[in-house]
Design a protein around this ligand. Structure first.
Ligand code: FAD
Ligand code: MLT
Ligand code: ZN
Length: 468
């Protein structure tokens, strides 16, 4: 393997082939610190050509490749297994913004660009790149595309897939496919772009993308509504969609325990109500007309919701600082749950109309099987996507509880399947759910996925053990 590593050093420079334990450590453990893998090396190319050279070497020496962006993934897709036979290919040095076209409303960026950098570059050009998630300060657009990330603006703008017009990809053979035309219409054969989006690094390495840009909204208004039940939240969603249409850009459900954990572990963050309620919805309007128009729309919505009895209280942010404070409540839930201790996460989706029933029935099933377990349920209600997380009983033992992970997954995933849902709404499968998904996908689906994998990556060097 020394020949292989020396040839990698020739290709990208010795300084960008990391092998020392301290140097590689940050790349080997997943964000939730559940698993640490081993790698031959971490290799950090600076251009698509260098990526192609490394992939050709890996193909020649049969060295598996784990592409990595910001390593914020939730399903162990971006970390190597324990064999120590693969390399981590970090795309973070491919971080140039290659161009912005405000007439075509597109932006061409390299895969290692951090999402927040892209959002800011779009804003500087007077446009909006709407993908937004709590990890935006460290996740990369290559990882967002590779996981087809969702986030809090899917309701209005769609998943990452819908925000991409073209890709540049290094294939498992080390060829560079440049599909960066940035056309909104191009019906010339199979949609290769959509094959690589959501493939989690198992079909090739994304090195650049053409992203869609949108007009900046004239006004953004954020409100936090207090409610009794998830079904009331669904009623509020219907009223909001009827009154606000496409102006409704975010609709996040949070149960009381979520915000209790946030204010417990982050005491500087406060609940803007004098009392606690069972459920909350954080909603956001992005208006293309004016602040006055947005305010009138939001006031009308709240008034009707109070009359209909689906909300019991509401606060409207009257400044950017207040809007950020409300979003802070939402975006600290994951960190607060981690601070509370180990927990079993589920990133599920069911038909929106059935979410209330799903929560009621599955909560009961879990309490029957694991009395006292705490449901930390929140998420992108407008997309039918819940983070249906289970924490140990208050003062219970984390270690003891985590031993039930498989049994708890089974209760939740079988319930999701009965509701016609998905066991991975936005985080992907990675290594974590690769085996679990076979329980719910048909043989035809699995056979088609295998056919694609074997046709595109016959040597199986692209992120083996992930997805399929
Ligand atoms: P990584 O974690 O580095 O990699 C993710 C996957 O993509 C891996 O399989 C990896 O092999 C592959 N990959 C990475 N770069 C490339 C590339 N250039 N070419 C090919 N394959 C590649 N996700 C959501 O969808 N919605 C959310 O709301 C959300 N909120 C989050 C909040 C927090 C606090 C955290 C920590 C994570 C959250 N995530 C969310 C999960 C995570 O941020 C996303 O999955 C994100 O898209 C991962 O980007 P990344 O650059 O960190 O990718
Ligand atoms: C989010 O929406 O905050 C994440 O997808 C959930 C998570 O981090 O578990
Ligand atoms: Zn999410």
């Amino acid at each position: 393997m020394n020949d292989f590593l020396n040839l990698c050093r020739d290709a990208v420079g010795a300084a960008h082939v990391l092998t020392a334990e301290a140097d590689v450590a940050p790349y080997l453990t997943d964000w939730r610190r559940r698993f640490t893998g081993k790698a031959l090396a971490v290799v950090k190319p600076a251009s698509p050509e260098e990526v192609a050279a490394i992939v050709r070497l890996c193909s020649q020496f049969r060295v598996p490749i784990v592409p990595q962006g910001g390593n914020t993934g939730m399903v162990l897709g971006s970390v190597p297994d324990a064999s120590g036979t693969s390399i981590v290919l970090s795309l973070t040095r491919l971080n140039r913004i290659r161009g912005i076209d405000t007439v075509n409303n597109t932006m061409t960026v390299e895969a290692g660009c951090v999402l927040e950098t892209i959002q800011n570059a779009a804003a500087d050009a007077g446009r909006l790149f709407p993908l937004s998630l709590a990890a935006e300060g460290s996740c990369t657009i290559g990882g967002n595309l590779s996981t087809n990330a969702g986030g809090v603006a899917v309701l209005r703008y769609g998943n990452t897939r819908e925000l991409c017009l073209g890709l540049e990809v290094v294939t498992p053979q080390g060829d560079i496919w440049s599909g960066l035309k940035g056309l909104r219409k191009d019906n010339t054969g199979y949609d290769l772009r959509d094959l690589f989006i959501g493939a989690e690094g198992t079909l090739g390495v994304i090195t650049a993308a053409v992203l869609k840009l949108f007009p900046q909204p004239k006004a953004k208004l954020t409100a936090l509504a207090a409610l009794e039940t998830p079904d009331d939240a669904l009623r509020l969603l219907s009223i909001a969609q009827a009154r606000c249409g496409a102006t409704l850009t975010a609709f996040e459900l949070m149960s009381e325990i979520c915000l209790h954990l946030v204010t417990k572990h982050f005491p500087q963050i406060r609940l803007p109500f004098a009392q606690h309620y069972p459920q909350y919805v954080l909603l956001e309007l992005s208006d293309s007309e004016s602040e006055e128009h947005a305010t009138a729309m939001l006031e009308g919505l709240i008034e009707e919701a109070l009359e209909q009895g689906c909300i019991v209280d509401a606060v409207v942010a009257s400044s950017i600082a207040q809007s950020n404070a409300l979003w802070n409540l939402r975006e600290h839930i994951s960190m607060a749950q981690a601070a509370e201790g180990k927990n079993i996460k589920h990133d599920i989706s069911v038909p929106i109309s059935r979410i209330g029933e799903f929560i009621r029935i599955t909560d009961v099933a879990l309490q029957d099987a694991f009395p006292g377990c705490r449901m930390v349920t929140f998420g992108h209600l407008g997309d039918g996507n819940l983070h249906y997380n289970v924490s140990p009983p208050e003062n219970g033992s984390d270690e003891e509880f985590i031993r039930h992970q498989e049994a708890i997954n089974r209760v939740v995933h079988d319930s999701v399947d009965r509701f016609g849902g998905s066991i991975s709404a936005e985080h992907g499968l990675g290594a974590l759910k690769r085996d679990e998904v076979r329980r719910y996908k048909s043989e035809t689906e699995m056979a088609l996925m295998w056919t694609l994998k074997q046709a595109i990556d016959p040597l199986g060097i692209m992120n083996p053990g992930k997805v399929i």
